[in-house]
Design a binder for this molecule. Structure first.
Ligand SMILES: NC(=O)c1ccc[n+]([C@@H]2O[C@H](COP(=O)([O-])OP(=O)(O)OC[C@H]3O[C@@H](n4cnc5c(N)ncnc54)[C@H](O)[C@@H]3O)[C@@H](O)[C@H]2O)c1
Length: 322
């Protein structure tokens, strides 16, 4: 994509900051990236180059074409030429329409960063948090520019997964929500806007509901780790890759009302037998670790991540064809 004359500032150049930096740069934006750890900034830029090279070398031709990416050294230099590292926060946020915060998930740290940015930003700029779970109202309540605050929560790997959660605080300006939605849609993402904030938003609430029950089933000695995972990968996820739980319920009967008539009582009875969530520690957690070691040993996690990323790209391509 051709360069746009618009700046996005990224604060924190770790996993998420780096990913946002390169997908925004890929979409033509100029990126100002800031980190308190100066050595991290160069690592981030090197890592963006590596990610782009990986797409060039490791993805199949069809996937590359689908991403509209012809990755050669010239292309990589063109994208990297849009990313500028800053060690001065004031300079980094200057003239950006969006400031995307990507520092570690720690309420006090994030609030400290916002306080600094609040003193530097104008009423036209947007301050957006990548937080996975913290409420925008709590994060922004003391800010002078709190109407310009929003959460934009991506899902890892950020360059592949289309869904992004947009979570406004009760006081967020409507134009901030619209700008974020349009920005993400314009990059081929599938943003959803929460009507009201809730801890963990939607992605992590659903993810944790499944993980908690999976843990509890193993804890009760009902099933192995491998078989719980198989139920998801060889069962539920096949349909969930195309339709969500409400539409699936509808298809599993003659529409939603029929589904409720037939199954609602049974679902309530089964759900009443769920154990409450637990801390993942002790004997069960150790046993899960051991069982996982036999499936994907710690030393092979990177290989497994790469394989999964390619599988996800292939699935997305298939979804687009259907
Ligand atoms: N990793 C994920 O899968 C994921 C997914 C979605 C959202 N998130 C959220 O994104 C945020 C960032 O997570 P991450 O995984 O990229 O973390 P990370 O630890 O990989 O990176 C954080 C970066 O922030 C920098 N930093 C720390 N304090 C700073 C400060 N005061 N000013 C500027 N930079 C500072 C660190 O040096 C580091 O480079 C978190 O809120 C996390 O919950 C993470």
């Amino acid at each position: 994509m051709e360069a746009k004359n618009e700046i996005i500032t990224i604060i924190g150049s770790g996993i998420i900051g780096k990913s946002f930096a390169w997908i925004f740069a890929l979409n033509g934006y100029t990126i100002h990236i800031f980190d308190v750890d100066q050595s991290q900034l160069q690592k981030c830029i090197d890592s963006i180059k590596q990610d782009l090279k990986d797409i060039g070398e490791k993805c199949t031709d069809t996937i590359r074409q689908d991403l509209n990416v012809i990755v050669n050294d010239m292309y990589i230099e063109k994208i990297i030429g849009r990313v500028f590292a800053f060690t001065d926060l004031a300079k980094a946020v200057n003239n950006a329409f969006l400031i995307q915060e990507c520092v570690p998930e720690n309420l006090e740290l994030k609030r400290k960063v916002y306080k600094e940015v609040d003193g530097l930003m104008t009423v036209k700029q947007i301050l957006s948090s990548s937080t996975s779970s913290l409420l925008p109202s709590i994060l922004s309540k003391d800010l002078k520019h709190k109407k310009r605050f929003i959460v934009c929560h991506p899902v890892n790997p950020v360059d592949i997964v289309p869904i992004v959660e947009i979570v406004p605080a009760p006081w967020t300006d409507l134009d901030v929500i619209k700008t974020m939605k349009d920005l993400l849609s314009g990059m081929g993402k599938q943003p959803i806007v929460l009507i009201k904030e809730v801890p963990g938003f939607i992605v992590n609430r659903l993810q944790y509901a499944i993980l908690n029950e999976s843990y509890n089933l193993v804890n009760r000695g009902i099933v192995s780790v491998q078989d719980v995972d198989k139920v998801m990968s060889e069962g539920l996820s096949l349909r969930w890759a195309f339709l969500g739980p409400f539409q699936i319920a509808s298809l599993n009967a003659n529409g939603w009302n029929d589904y409720c008539d037939k199954y609602s009582k049974m679902i309530k009875e089964v759900s009443d037998t769920f154990d409450p969530p637990q801390l993942y520690e002790g004997k069960t957690s150790d046993s899960i670790f051991q069982q996982l070691q036999a499936i994907i040993p710690i030393g092979k996690l990177n290989q497994a991540r790469e394989k999964l990323a390619n599988q996800m790209r292939t699935l997305l391509k298939l979804k687009k064809q259907n």
